[in-house]
Design a protein around this ligand. Structure first.
Ligand SMILES: Nc1ncnc2c1ncn2[C@@H]1O[C@H](COP(=O)(O)OP(=O)(O)OP(=O)(O)O)[C@@H](O)[C@H]1O
Ligand SMILES: [Zn+2]
Length: 463
């Protein structure tokens, strides 16, 4: 039984899908107003791991992640960059998708763009107006928050304490807390025809309409970052439930990537672009960094923590490589993961505990290698591959093949150079010049190369 923390009830509870054997997930995708920073893609990693785990547990997963390609922020960029809103959207969408691909996220089942769903939004608004939950005023359409008694249940707030959200178009609002489903056209802004005049969708309505279209009246899990709980998810719930949908059964939210304790954010200027990180670090290491902390724990970004992640992942990779060399061929992933790994994953996707099982298995495998227990080492590698595969981190998976090749052109050259240096060290030792021999070894260490003396001669690894 998989258990998940459900924001709706603020505790971990058993996951029971609406249809046995099937899981439907809607994840709020990015607003494509700018190139993504690493915080933006954390959620995609977390939900990619969740999806892989459901599949391992025998569920068929339908996974929808939308693209918000029309929104206040993109329109603001149009003026700032003097470029059409759609050109900005397409360029950034390509960038985001290249990032997901580089980080090994499996393709989602459907990836709808908001602008492709205006007829569905109009239908939803018409029904909400008819039922008395929404009203049109000066070309805007507002949701009447007082008409929906369960409003704010997800974020556990009182309507009486709610202030008017910032930045909302206000013309004709009956209550300052009502939110816009649709915004009347302004000069120079994109617009679509509706029974209430030309205008454009509000962000919240987009997600309700797309979730309804692709997942139906009810679905299992709705996800997003914690900052989306209010107002975005509250407003989605109000619209969809007032419309007549049952909407999501579970609400799952991932925590932030922070820098100096604050949410990594473009507007705060404390962001690190994904493209920049992928240039500086191997994507598999970045995935290890973003996908292995618990999804509800904050990741405080720092260069040191990236280096730690790299060192930890390199220990796993070194084990994998050594066994493959010894086995003289491929070792397939085991059909089942160790019980302790599965237990950790079932418990609200406890990736850190699951990862501890991976590291423990690597240690056992290294012991097997050092005692010439080849079968034992091969068996541990099969388990390690199975576990890493579920985290999207199996270095032998074909997705990462290009990456290890990228390293291997250099590896041959470095190998030859290190051998020359090691021969110099041997020669120094032979003439009892221990000072030079040690100096060579220290120099190698300072360059990040660890040299081990093995019966087959010295071998080096990146420390
Ligand atoms: N630092 C972060 N850590 C984790 N998730 C984040 C972070 N910043 C944004 N997100 C998530 O990215 C998704 C898209 O958010 P959105 O496109 O609205 O960006 P944003 O929050 O406006 O970012 P920024 O403040 O950098 O402009 C949301 O699910 C949001 O929770
Ligand atoms: Zn959304």
């Amino acid at each position: 039984m998989i258990r998940l923390y459900d924001t709706g009830v603020r505790r971990i509870r058993d996951f029971v899908p609406l249809v046995p054997g099937r899981v439907s997930i809607y994840l709020c995708g990015l607003t494509v107003q700018a190139p993504p920073h690493i915080g933006h893609v954390r959620g995609a990693m977390n939900f990619d791991v969740m999806r892989r785990w459901f599949q391992y547990r025998g569920h068929e997963v339908t996974f929808v992640r939308n693209v918000t390609d029309i929104d206040d922020k993109i329109i603001a960029k149009q003026t700032e960059l003097d470029r059409p809103w759609w050109a900005i959207g397409y360029a950034n969408e390509r960038g985001v998708n290249a990032g997901y691909e580089a980080l090994g996220c499996l393709p989602v089942t459907y990836e709808p763009r908001a602008t492709g769903h205006v007829p569905e939004m109009i239908e939803m608004m018409s029904a909400l107006i008819e039922k008395g939950h929404a009203y049109a005023a000066h070309g805007n359409v507002y949701f009447d928050v007082r008409s929906y008694p369960d409003y704010l249940a997800l974020s556990n707030q009182e309507l009486a304490n709610l202030r008017q959200p910032e930045g909302e178009a206000e013309a004709g609002k009956r209550d300052p807390r009502d939110f816009a489903l649709w915004k009347a056209v302004k000069p120079g802004e994109p617009s679509w025809e509706t029974p209430w005049g030309r205008g454009r969708p509000g962000w919240h309505l987009e997600c309700s309409a797309m979730a309804h279209k692709y997942l139906g009246r009810s679905f299992d899990i709705h996800g997003g970052g914690i900052d989306l709980i209010f107002p975005h998810h509250e407003n989605e719930i109000a619209q969809s439930k007032a419309y007549g949908d049952d909407f999501a059964s579970y609400w799952v939210h991932n925590a932030w990537v922070t820098m100096s304790g604050e949410k990594m954010s473009k507007s705060l200027g404390n962001s690190v672009l994904l493209t920049e990180m992928i240039r500086r670090w191997r994507p598999i290491v970045l995935r290890y960094y973003l996908a292995t902390p618990h999804y509800r724990s904050t990741i405080e970004y720092s260069e040191e923590s990236m280096l730690e992640a790299e060192a930890a992942f390199t220990r796993i990779e070194n084990f994998v490589r050594r066994v493959v060399e010894q086995a003289g061929g491929a070792v397939e992933p085991a059909a089942e993961v160790p019980a302790a790994f599965a237990e950790a994953m079932d418990d609200d996707l406890g990736v850190p505990q699951a990862l501890a099982v991976v590291h423990a298995t690597v240690r056992q495998g290294n012991t097997a290698l050092s005692t010439d227990d080849k079968d034992g080492a091969v068996a541990r590698l099969a388990e390690v591959r199975a576990m890493l595969g579920l985290l999207g981190l199996d270095p032998l998976h074909e997705h990462w093949a290009g990456e290890s090749e990228r390293g291997s052109d250099l590896r041959g050259a470095v190998d030859a150079l290190v051998r020359v240096v090691l021969e110099m060290r041997q020669a120094a030792r032979a003439r009892k010049d221990y000072a030079t021999a040690d100096a060579v070894r220290d120099q190698l260490l300072r360059s990040g190369l660890v040299v081990e003396d093995t019966p087959d001669g010295p071998r080096w690894t990146l420390g």
